[in-house]
Design a protein around this ligand. Structure first.
Ligand SMILES: Cc1ncc(COP(=O)(O)O)c(C=O)c1O
Length: 348
């Protein structure tokens, strides 16, 4: 049976969160000389002399409305990479606990595990890039605290079958993290709709992909109120800066434009899915539910270098087990996709 208190690090349960100057003050005031800010102003523009809201109340409220969850079920991180790191720090005792991930997958799970001195167990995805569920469950140990599932998966692009994730959630007593960085490009509902069923589910999303805000660094974690309260307790107090909070609120007010951008990207993706396999250099294009394609080519390293010479940078994933001979290509603008197609068709 999953019990959050059993898996959270004892020092995290025991510790007190940092209490900021503004946390301690409640009421109305006109002179704020409690946080060692520069009250004369800021060289960067109005308001930036003040620390941002450490609880991101307005932003969480708006995100919660859009996502259909409570504000208390939303954690905001300096990119979802920060949420990944904090999940390790919340439950994994350095040098004692372990996590399990499913390569080929997003590289930061491994980096965060190494940084936090957490043992890394890996179960390779099947040739169809799905989870071999029984093998995963066989590899779970007493010390396994986290299982990372990336869906749609980076770099393979596909959604992971819902039944596999359900089986993990039902049979694993640690946290199952479903990383949905690319969910806006997929046709399936988010796992945020299943939070009430699974107390051990954490869903990650980001503003870096469909929302086009990678430069602002804003990631989201959705989970039970208890899990979110712990993440909030251990985060750096002012992890989301004022400019990011303001600009994200502005972006959320124009949510309908997101749909148009997603439609255009998905349309271009499907165009490339049809067009790329007609080229001699291309062996296979894997189906994608994301804003990139995994493309198996005849000579990955040579094509990669050739594209660089043409001024086109793609991601060479050919050395990753399971992705041999593959390049990962993000969907660009209509013009960029055309340039890519032309360049590969000229490759000899
Ligand atoms: C699967 C996945 N998760 C998380 C991230 C990191 O997102 P963020 O920019 O929010 O840190 C990425 C970035 O490429 C990703 O591919």
């Amino acid at each position: 049976m999953f019990n959050l208190e059993n898996i959270v690090r004892p020092n995290v349960l025991k510790m007190k969160a940092y209490s900021s100057a503004r946390d301690e003050f409640k009421g109305a005031a006109s002179v704020f000389i409690d946080a060692n800010e520069n009250n004369l102003g800021s060289l960067a523009g109005e308001r930036y002399n003040r620390y941002p809201d450490p609880h991101q109340k307005k932003l969480k409220k708006k995100i919660a409305e859009i996502k259909g969850v409570k504000p208390s079920q939303v954690f905001l991180g300096n990119g979802s990479d920060e949420a990944i790191d904090l999940l390790f720090r919340m439950v994994c005792r350095p040098g004692q606990d372990s996590m399990l991930h499913l390569p080929p997958t997003y590289g930061m799970y491994e980096v965060s595990a190494n940084l936090n001195e957490v043992q890394l167990d890996a179960v390779q995805l099947t040739p169809e890039f799905q989870i071999p569920v029984l093998e995963v469950l066989r590899n779970v140990k007493d010390t396994t605290k986290l299982i990372f599932v990336c869906s749609p998966n980076n770099p393979t692009g596909n959604l992971i079958e819902a039944e596999s994730i359900e089986t993990l959630l039902d049979n694993f007593d640690g946290l199952v993290i479903v990383d949905e960085a690319y969910i806006d490009f997929a046709d399936e509902p988010s796992w945020t709709t299943r939070l009430a069923e699974y107390p051990n589910l954490v869903v990650l999303q980001t503003f870096s992909k469909a929302w086009g805000m990678a430069g602002l660094r804003l990631g989201m974690a959705f989970a039970s109120e208890e899990i979110i309260a712990l993440l909030d307790k251990i985060k750096p107090p002012y992890n989301i800066n004022e400019a990011t909070q303001e600009l994200a609120l502005k972006a959320l007010e124009q949510e309908e434009q997101l749909t148009y951008m997603i439609e255009e990207i998905v349309q271009e993706r499907e165009m490339l899915v049809q067009a790329l396999p007609t080229l001699d250099a291309v062996e296979k294009v894997y189906p994608s539910d994301a804003n990139f394609l995994l493309v198996k080519v005849k000579e990955a390293n040579r094509l990669y270098t050739y594209l660089l010479e043409q001024g086109i940078v793609v991601r060479n994933r050919s050395s990753l087990p399971g992705c041999e001979g593959c390049l990962r290509i993000s969907i660009g603008t209509v013009d960029e996709n055309q340039q890519l197609f032309q360049a590969i068709s000229n490759f000899k």
